[in-house]
Design a protein around this ligand. Structure first.
Ligand code: FAD
Ligand code: NAP
Length: 446
């Protein structure tokens, strides 16, 4: 008899988990991958920037997993509302949560919720066509946008805002976002890092791209590259990310692209203390920081020297954040499902992988090793006889009983085909379906 496993979440962690499970011969495994959306791939579809089509191509590997015997997909099924953890627990021998990090980390400063101050999570979901984020009103009728944070998501947001209509045209950016970006009078995209250039979280290939845009150019003040002794020491010890980032920033500081239509200004050692405005965002108040060592880590400490920067839009890109699922243990402080190597602490036959297991960091490939670790423990538990359930019904009978319009893998393939067909005449990889009803109609024609 095969082991029956539910994998909740169809992003990279979900697919790497499914793949490792489906390769098992002892015991053989059947996998149902469940997602709240009608479409699979998680952040590969709805996070990775539309101008990075080559990265999105990792979904071809996931398609191979979906073609393995024993694989099924159930889209439009949200665990915690459509079905509960207890219901899955009664159907499956084991449940693996790979639900990612569904919200944003907060800054906790005054004005954070003023209209015009947005989490990067929402901006990214909007331009990528996430059906829950299409009604948001991103007003790009401004000359300056401030992006808070120094990670790769901040770089993605800054770069997307800097693209020309010509650069956006061959991508699958949703039309509303592409039109708004191209039509914006934007002159400056200001990225604020609370620590110095050596501590920046972004990676060299992503930083380098800022210097390769059609009509935008990066701007760095050479004074921001004068290092304190601890940063200098870290830079000298580094052979990889920080070193290469620093070299790129030095190159940017030497450039004089005064005629660039849009400037991407990178500033360091500044933190926002308030977002200001009457009805909506009008400015950001920032404080200059200095770096100090605390418990072996270099942290930013405010100097008290402040400055007010006028702007019309703020994107807060300071990290994603996991959310709790009813009936599943959750560590509020870390925003993860507490686990030991992927076995969920305090819940039998329950596992986690990906961002919900270790927090919102790491690239797509990081989730493969992480998923394998979880699956190894799950299969150990199965072989030790710790995972067996007398299921009384199947997921599809439960969903039918509840009247749920779930989308199977063939339904996703129909959505995929419709999107690609719409993209083809326009020279785009696809034109995404972005409304729930459209997606459900294409994925589950009645
Ligand atoms: C904006 C952005 C851009 C990125 N770009 C790159 C890049 O270019 N290259 C790179 O290597 N990495 C990139 N990454 C990192 C990469 O996307 C992540 O490492 C990876 O997606 C994490 O995988 P995951 O499966 O844990 O989560 P996710 O990809 O977020 O997948 C989670 C899935 O769970 C589903 N889900 C959530 N809650 C429920 C529920 N209650 N019930 C059912 N389903 C649920 C979601 O709908 C989603 O499909 C990027 C990340 C972000 C945020
Ligand atoms: N192209 C790609 O490969 C790609 C693209 C996008 C995302 N990703 C990956 O996805 C993961 C998530 O990316 P991310 O950018 O969301 O997270 P991240 O890499 O953790 O970066 C978060 C940034 O926010 C800053 N920050 C946190 N709290 C802050 C505060 N209160 N005030 C000011 N700044 C604050 C952090 O600064 P400190 O360092 O000082 O904490 C850091 O610069 C990363 O692993 C990333 O590499 C990859």
């Amino acid at each position: 008899m095969s082991l029956k496993v539910a994998v909740v979440g169809s992003g990279p962690a979900g697919f790497y988990t499914a793949d490792a499970l489906l390769k098992s011969e002892d015991p053989p495994v059947e996998v149902d991958v469940i997602d709240r959306l009608p479409t699979p791939w998680g952040l590969v579809r709805l996070g990775v920037a539309p101008d990075h089509e080559n990265i999105k191509a990792v979904s071809r590997a996931f398609e191979k997993t979906a073609a393995r015997p024993g694989f099924r997909f159930f889209g439009n099924v949200e665990v915690g509302s459509t079905v509960s953890h207890a219901e899955l627990d009664a159907i499956y021998d084991a449940v693996v949560y790979t639900v990612g990090a569904q919200t944003d980390r907060r800054l906790g400063i005054p004005g954070e919720d003023l209209p015009g101050s947005w989490p990067a999570t929402a901006f990214v979901a909007w331009y990528n066509g996430h059906p829950d984020f299409q009604d948001l009103d991103f007003d790009l009728d401004t000359e300056r946008v401030v992006v808070i944070g120094n990670g790769n998501v901040a770089i993605d947001c800054a770069r997307m805002l800097a693209l020309t209509a010509g650069e956006l045209a061959p991508t699958d950016t949703v039309d509303a976002a592409a039109d708004a970006i191209a039509a914006s009078p934007l002159r400056e995209i200001l990225m604020l890092g609370r620590r110095g250039p050596v501590q920046a979280a972004f990676t060299p290939p992503e930083l380098k791209e800022l210097g390769e845009l059609a009509a935008a150019a990066p701007v760095v003040d050479a004074h921001d590259l004068e290092l304190d002794p601890a940063s200098r020491r870290d830079l000298e010890a580094d052979r990889d990310r920080a070193r290469r980032n620093f070299e790129l920033l030095e190159e940017f500081a030497e450039r004089a692209d005064d005629d660039a239509a849009r400037k991407i200004v990178l500033r360091f050692l500044v933190s926002p203390v308030a977002i200001l405005g009457e009805e909506r965002v009008e400015a950001v108040e920032i404080v200059r920081n200095e770096l100090v060592e605390e418990n072996g880590r270099i942290v930013a400490r405010p100097t008290g020297e402040t400055e007010t920067i006028p702007c019309g839009l703020v994107l807060r890109s300071v990290g994603y954040q996991g959310v709790s699922l009813p009936g599943v243990p959750f560590d509020e402080g870390r925003g993860v499902i507490p686990n030991t190597g992927g076995r969920v602490d305090g819940a039998e036959r329950t596992y986690a992988a990906g961002w919900i297991k270790r927090g919102p960091s790491g690239v797509i490939g990081t989730n493969k090793k992480d998923a394998t670790e979880t699956v190894d423990l799950l299969l150990d538990d199965a072989r030790a006889g710790r995972l067996s359930v007398e299921a009384t019904e199947s997921l599809e009978t439960l969903l039918d009983r509840k009247g749920v319009r779930y989308v199977e893998y063939a339904g996703w393939q129909a959505i995929d085909a419709a999107e690609r067909a719409a993209g083809e005449p326009r020279g785009r990889p696809r034109v995404k379906l972005v409304a729930w009803e459209e997606l459900l109609r294409a994925g589950r024609p009645i």
